[in-house]
Design a protein around this ligand. Structure first.
Ligand code: AMP
Length: 215
């Protein structure tokens, strides 16, 4: 089963993708996380990726393609794959179709997480990430035991640089311009599942897993 999660910034894609991957026992590809890791490397590619992420823009496709192709070649994908944050444009979706054909797989379902902008903004402004291990918190909904300190490794928590309001606005524009056209594409194929993502984590996951069954 190959499932893609799509949603605007702050829709809770990563959280829901992690829950779904754990429930179904299949691997998860978090494109944003992979790119953030690469962006910390002091290489020409790392610096290029960082420039795009810091401005809230899509990283060029040639950087992504080999990352996806490489994961599709891994043996454990035969059991399925959850993708968070890829594809993010029609062009990426068409490339993804070709890659899936090459490994004799097909995209089974696309989950669209729908959330009003004010709810998303509240989630993003309270989100804190550990600067050392990457663990995720929220000042209101999932606070750490000691303010600004990671429960898991004791690292300092920080606002993700691209969660600053001006970068969030750029990410919202990119979603509306580049990613939203995917909705019609996948709706036409009959594989789009709309999920109201405005409620709490467990409620949203209950709705999602009623639509995407892995058993
Ligand atoms: P996310 O963690 O999913 O919000 O992604 C963070 C950032 O990584 C995005 O704002 C983009 O700069 C970059 N990114 C993630 N996925 C993609 C993708 N499929 N195509 C291009 N850039 C991406």
């Amino acid at each position: 089963m190959i499932v893609v999660l799509v949603g605007p910034p702050g829709s809770g894609k990563s959280t829901q993708a992690e829950l779904l991957a754990a429930r179904c026992g299949i691997p998860l590809v978090e494109m944003g996380e992979i790119l953030r890791d690469l962006s910390t490397q002091e290489t020409p590619e790392g610096r290029e990726i960082k420039r795009y992420i810091d401005r809230g823009l899509l990283v060029p496709e040639q950087v992504l393609n080999h990352l996806i192709a490489e994961r599709l070649q891994r043996g454990n994908v035969r059991r399925g794959l959850i993708l968070d944050g890829f594809p993010r444009s029609v062009s990426q979706a068409l490339t993804f179709d070709r890659m899936l054909r090459d490994v004799r797989q097909k995209l089974d379902a696309v989950v669209l997480l729908e959330v009003p902008e004010n709810v998303a903004a509240e989630r993003l402004s309270g989100r804190r990430t550990c600067s050392r291990c990457g663990a995720s918190y929220h000042t209101q909904f999932a606070p750490p035991t000691r303010p600004e300190i990671c429960d898991r490794c004791g690292g300092m928590l920080q606002l993700r640089p691209d969660d600053h309001p001006d970068v969030v606005r750029a990410r919202q524009r990119v979603f509306a311009r580049d990613t939203a056209p995917l909705i019609a594409l996948y709706e036409e194929r009959g594989i789009l599942h709309r999920v109201d993502a405005s409620r709490g984590v467990e409620d949203v996951f209950r709705t999602l897993s009623a639509q995407i069954r892995c058993d």
